[in-house]
Design a protein around this ligand. Structure first.
Ligand SMILES: *Cc1c(COP(=O)(O)O)cnc(C)c1O
Length: 357
């Protein structure tokens, strides 16, 4: 059974992408592989807005999220927490045995740059983790303002998760001074799950070189060493790299400006739909995500029934809320390849079912 996914990851994967994945593989130490690896680099650097190398990790985003704090934390990591993924990063830091501090906000509230300044001013921290787009709450943090604060503290290495915003909105890694920027394949990029991408600054490499116990699989210096040969440290998920190459073609054919505009427009369509039905967004409007909408179930709607009917009748799937806000919110993704037509069709289907409930 195949469903059309409007959940915020994994999202719908195009047939063109699936076809690309069926390309026969070759050895990961062959010249064919080097050619493939190097062919995606310029596009990735453009999308990351960086001159630094962009690495390909055969893991989901969590591999790199865990790897980053293990590669970089000498003293203590500050975790900005405002939803399921950012809260979990703090938990992961503790599981890794790292010294970790929590800067907590209500779910749906954005990270406050002033609060970040206050925490960092103590001088206890040498790493900060920030989730740009908290997918669980549909909240887009004010990254430029937060990074302006982080740049005041030259000893602090910044790790920014852009899993559900990368390529949906521009995120200028070098201009913002982000040291490690990472994303995953199955959200805004609309590839199947199984691959993560990340880019690392010179400052962060220098820090990693001073840290013991980086392990092997996610060792940033191993990634750099292999990158210089057009390779990855271990055998990568080659079909996903074919898919990535195909997706980069799609992205640059559409054009970045058009892509960003499309996501903004589709997101606005969902917000207008929510307004029409008297639903509120979970985050304040100014901080609402542009790649998904997290909507409060403010009219006491029978959410499981809505979701079940949508799935049964139209083969479409939306999300009924994540973690502690399950049932109290629902989420609709406009990531990846969605168009005016697909979002419009979904909203009409939801209108029809809402009228019955
Ligand atoms: C989905 C998601 C992750 C985790 O991705 P995995 O692919 O499950 O590792 C991390 N951060 C954000 C913001 C996400 O949306």
């Amino acid at each position: 059974m195949s469903y059309k996914l409007f959940i915020p990851g994994p999202v719908e994967v195009s047939q063109k992408t699936y076809n690309a994945m069926a390309t026969p593989v070759f050895g990961h130490r062959s010249s064919d592989f080097v050619e493939l690896y190097e062919s995606v680099q310029p596009g990735l650097q453009t999308l990351f807005y960086t001159k630094d190398p962009v690495f390909i990790s055969t893991s989901s985003a969590w591999g790199v999220m865990e790897g980053a704090i293990r590669n970089l934390t000498g003293k203590r990591v500050l975790n900005c927490m405002s939803g399921a993924f950012s809260d979990k990063w703090h938990d992961v830091a503790k599981r890794c045995g790292l010294q970790a501090g929590a800067l907590e906000f209500e779910w749906g509230e954005p990270v406050d740059p002033e609060a970040v300044r206050k925490e960092l001013a103590g001088g206890d921290y040498d790493v900060i983790t920030i989730i740009h787009n908290e997918t669980s709450t549909g909240t887009m943090n004010p990254l430029a303002e937060i990074m302006a604060v982080v740049r005041e503290f030259p000893d602090v290495i910044s790790v920014v998760d852009t899993v559900s915003s990368f390529s949906a909105v521009p995120i200028n890694k070098d201009e913002l001074g982000i040291d490690v920027m990472l994303t995953g394949s199955q959200k805004a990029l609309a590839l199947p799950p199984g691959l993560a991408l990340f880019s690392v600054s010179e400052r962060a490499f220098a820090r990693a070189a001073s840290i013991e116990g980086r392990g092997y699989y996610f060792d940033f210096l191993e990634f750099r060493k292999n990158h210089e040969k057009g390779m990855t440290p271990s055998t990568p998920v080659i079909p996903h790299i074919f898919a990535l190459r195909s997706k980069l073609e799609d992205i640059f054919e559409e054009g970045l400006e058009s892509r960003f505009a499309r996501h903004a427009r589709l997101n606005e369509m969902v917000h207008a739909w929510a307004d029409r039905h008297g639903f509120e967004l979970l985050p304040p409007r100014a901080f609402a995500s542009k790649s998904l909408s997290c909507i409060r179930n403010s009219t006491d709607l029978d959410l499981p029934e809505l979701i079940a009917r949508l799935k049964k009748r139209y083969n479409c799937v939306i999300d009924g809320g994540y973690g502690k806000i399950k049932g109290k919110t629902f989420r609709i993704s406009n990531m990846g390849d969605e168009t005016d037509e697909t979002i419009d069709a979904l909203l009409k289907q939801l209108d029809e079912i809402l009228a019955e409930l």
